[in-house]
Write a protein that binds this ligand. Structure first.
Ligand SMILES: Cc1cc2nc3c(=O)[nH]c(=O)nc-3n(C[C@H](O)[C@H](O)[C@H](O)COP(=O)(O)OP(=O)(O)OC[C@H]3O[C@@H](n4cnc5c(N)ncnc54)[C@H](O)[C@@H]3O)c2cc1C
Length: 410
């Protein structure tokens, strides 16, 4: 019997332990362990909904404890803090800060990435981040009081990638809905981007449509604007202009946590991502695999797998299959990312998508349904179609009975 330890229960890690638990844990063929510091799983591409107060945790958050019991893997609530490759031992820290060791036969690291502040002065002190559900909840705690106060309130969001665009549009929608409940309270949202277009990492054909949709929602989009420092209540640009705001969110770029560079000599790149070969094994240790945003995984055309939810899910499905081969002594196959396109939600009922290698750009309500489908596919792996169908029906009923804004407006 082998012990497979998966560190990080996000888009990649949770799908992997679910598949491995069902294949191996259920029949007690191999021991499957998930190490994750949080008690609940939230689908990261929806963290902006938590920050805007529109996320339904009752229906869409997953308790690791319950899920592990139903899917035959062990859940340890702890963070990874170190690694001893020779002893095949992980150093873990529990929620009280106590450290302990755990043995593994195979280790999978899937701890995701965080925002990159590019060492911009003042950002860590004066800006909010959306890298975890806890951070998204604390953003909501700062935004919620603004919604209850009369007058105009300003929110600045730095970075017009998927996170920044989706947050700006969701907040604009909430502000718009709010006018029906409380006249006089309004959010003025400014989206700031250093590049010449929104979604700089996405296809150019999408950027124009997304920018148009954002402007239509009353969001001020400032491209070619580089923030040089953040201060209490204001961002200062490279040209010396001050952009004042009640709440400032930093959503520009990604990098991995610093501790990944100190894992017993494992190779990392300049974003602190761990380097892996084509079959997701780390370049220096064939018993260690890396998945999702924390991996720099090469592709046959010389590019690298992008840090996207879709790529994390595909890699998890692939590795689950490869473990079956590996544990039977068969050779593993390389992971090739199949890019199904990019879909960005611009508010609650509109999305823009670039499909078929960016040849087709679609927009509208039905594309928003496609965006939701990506999340439902993730849930399908976690629960199966039966439960997903029940969740969709329940959500429809709740939406029909309640306005979707669930803040403290009574
Ligand atoms: C607001 C937002 C919107 C986004 N929108 C999109 C989108 O529209 N489309 C898209 O493709 N992508 C989007 N993304 C990116 C997408 O969410 C990520 O690419 C994807 O979640 C990566 O999956 P992952 O499993 O690598 O990491 P994650 O999903 O981030 O999971 C990492 C897990 O590791 C855990 N962890 C962290 N540190 C430790 C530790 N020391 N020990 C143990 N566990 C640890 C974390 O708690 C977390 O559960 C968005 C991201 C954000 C933040």
């Amino acid at each position: 019997m082998s012990k497979i330890v998966v560190v990080g229960g996000g888009a990649a890690g949770l799908e992997l332990v679910t598949r491995l638990g069902r294949s191996f844990g259920r029949k007690a063929k191999h021991e499957i362990v998930l190490v994750e510091p949080s008690s609940h799983h939230y689908w990261k591409p929806r963290l902006h909904e938590i920050a805007a107060g529109t996320f339904d945790a009752e229906l869409d958050a997953v308790s690791y404890l319950q899920h592990s019991a139903c899917n035959d893997y062990q859940y340890i609530q702890a963070s990874m803090a170190g690694l001893d490759r020779a002893a095949k031992t992980l150093q873990l820290r529990d929620t009280r800060g106590l450290e302990f060791l755990m043995q593994y036969d195979y280790l999978v690291i899937a701890v995701g990435a965080v925002s990159n502040d590019f060492k911009t002065p003042g950002v860590s002190e004066h800006c909010l981040f959306l890298d975890s559900s806890e951070q998204a909840q604390s953003a909501w705690q700062q935004i919620n009081p603004l919604l209850s106060m009369e007058g105009k309130h300003r929110i600045s969001i730095v970075g017009a990638g998927a996170t920044g665009v989706e947050l700006a549009a969701e907040l604009a929608k909430v502000s718009d809905k709010l006018k029906r409940y409380r006249h006089g309270a309004e959010l003025e949202i400014t989206l700031i981007e250093a590049s010449e277009r929104v979604l700089p990492a996405g296809p150019a054909c999408m950027s124009e449509k997304v920018q148009k949709a954002l402007s239509k929602q009353g969001i001020t989009v400032r491209t070619n604007t580089r923030v040089q420092r953040a201060e209490e209540g204001k961002l200062v640009t490279a040209e010396g202009e001050s952009i004042t705001a009640d709440v400032q969110v930093w959503a520009a770029g990604i990098k991995c946590a610093e501790w990944l560079t100190q894992l017993d000599g494992l190779e990392t790149n300049r974003l602190n991502q761990l380097k892996v070969g084509a079959n997701l094994q780390s370049t220096l240790d064939s018993r260690i695999f890396v998945l999702g945003d924390s991996a720099e995984c090469p592709q046959p055309d010389g590019s690298f797998v992008p840090p996207r939810a879709q790529a994390a899910n595909q890699a998890a499905g692939h590795l689950a299959q490869q473990f079956k081969r590996l544990l039977k002594g068969k050779a593993m196959k390389p992971f090739i990312f199949n890019d199904g396109g990019m879909v960005i939600a611009v508010g609650h009922d509109y999305a823009v998508g670039a499909l078929m290698n960016d040849k087709v750009v679609l927009k509208g309500r039905f594309v928003r349904n496609l965006y939701d489908t990506i999340f439902r596919l993730h849930q399908r792996v976690l629960f199966g179609w039966g439960r997903v169908t029940a969740l969709v029906v329940l959500k429809r009923i709740k939406c029909a009975l309640n306005p979707y804004y669930k803040g403290n407006l009574s």
